[in-house]
Design a protein around this ligand. Structure first.
Ligand SMILES: *Cc1c(COP(=O)(O)O)cnc(C)c1O
Length: 355
């Protein structure tokens, strides 16, 4: 069976973890600091604050921006539920804007109709490793004085016009096991803003600057040195991982015949967290047949967030037709760096046979 994702762990990760275990310093310490500094440099920002997950990175970013009850955040409904949930955790209201069917990302033309006096931020989600049109979104944010909180949980190393995901506003990353780089579980908030970084560090550890003196209501969103040691080793390999994802995508683009394949517009660096095709009819049947042929696939995501029971129960009723249609059609094929040429050839052959 060819899996839809596979973490790649080598001796570098094993040795790094072993050294942390021997050191006795397991919780947040020197390895977390090293990981933060290296990750900030990688993204091209001044600060990175490591967290326990991508979800807590998003939540922390919203809290650091003082977004809470009475505030609205505009985001995409075509995503993993953590994006919108983080807005609810902060006590604010997610406002959904529809996506562009080609890129699967927020359609900048639909943002301004969603802005109200309560809007505090836009949360673009760089889905599948493809950065949103940040030139257009940044322009809207500047015009209306809104913060940008990027959900870059699938976009480590992705860029628009040479500027990396996580550097357009306050960035949020996940290091969950299926992501382009992993620490098992883990996350990172990135920013160029000294004050946001300071607030984020404070809130990550129970509002504590001086040991056992608590300035504000904080949380425990910390990463461990064990995870950070894995993160440092994975970050070294990230560009190589992303290059092999791109090469795998180029192979499939060339060999797939009659399905709608991912497009890369000029100026974008796609890091192919997922390689997602659109199947107009009988997507679920195709998925089943590929499974029978030994090819694992994924549907990201079968139900847009505004239609999930938890959001329906909050009163979300608005139709978002592009997200709703696309969620019936998307199918992600394996694209991870552990694939062989034979795996790719089999994937292309089977998809061509069945479509
Ligand atoms: C993975 C992911 C998250 C959440 O990250 P966790 O580390 O699983 O908490 C948030 N948003 C998107 C788009 C993701 O893919």
């Amino acid at each position: 069976m060819i899996p839809i994702s596979k973490p790649l762990m080598g001796d570098e990760e094993k040795n790094a973890v072993s050294a942390v275990l021997k050191s006795g310093q397991l919780a947040q310490g020197a390895r977390v600091k090293e990981f933060e500094e290296k990750f900030a440099a990688y993204c091209g920002v001044k600060h990175a604050i490591a967290t326990s997950s991508g979800t807590t990175a998003l939540w922390l970013a919203l809290l650091a921006h003082d977004i809470g009850p009475g505030d609205e955040v505009i985001t995409s409904p075509f995503t993993f539920i953590a994006s919108a949930n983080s807005i609810l955790y902060a006590g604010a209201k997610p406002v959904f804007a529809d996506i562009d069917a080609e890129t699967f990302n927020l359609n900048p033309e639909l943002i301004e109709t969603k802005i109200t006096p309560r809007t505090k931020a836009i949360m673009p989600i760089h889905l599948f490793g493809y950065v949103c049109d940040m030139e257009a979104l940044s322009k809207i944010a500047r015009k209306h004085n809104l913060a940008i909180i990027e959900d870059a949980c699938q976009a480590h190393g992705a860029a628009q016009n040479g500027k990396r995901a996580g550097s357009f506003g306050t960035g949020c990353f996940s290091f969950y096991a299926t992501k382009n780089m992993t620490t098992g579980e883990g996350g990172m908030t990135t920013t160029d803003d000294d004050q946001i970084a300071d607030r984020a560090r404070l809130l990550r550890a129970h509002g504590m600057r001086v040991r056992y003196y608590h300035e504000s209501l904080g949380y425990n969103f910390r990463l461990t040195d064990i995870q950070a040691a894995i993160g440092v080793a994975q970050l070294e390999k990230l560009d190589g991982f992303n290059e092999s994802r791109s090469a795998n995508a180029a192979y499939l683009n060339e060999h797939l015949e009659s399905v709608s394949i991912p497009q890369i517009k000029r100026g974008y660096r796609h890091v192919f967290h997922q390689y997602t095709i659109r199947v107009k009819d009988n997507r679920d049947e195709l998925q089943k047949k590929l499974e029978q042929a030994g090819i694992g696939t994924g549907v990201f995501y079968p139900v847009p967030v505004h239609q999930q029971p938890v959001y329906r129960n909050l009163g979300y009723r608005e139709a978002l037709p592009v997200s709703e249609t696309v969620s019936q059609q998307v199918l992600s094929l394996p694209i991870h760096p552990a694939l062989s040429r034979d795996d790719l050839a089999l994937i292309a052959q089977k998809v061509n046979e069945l479509c």
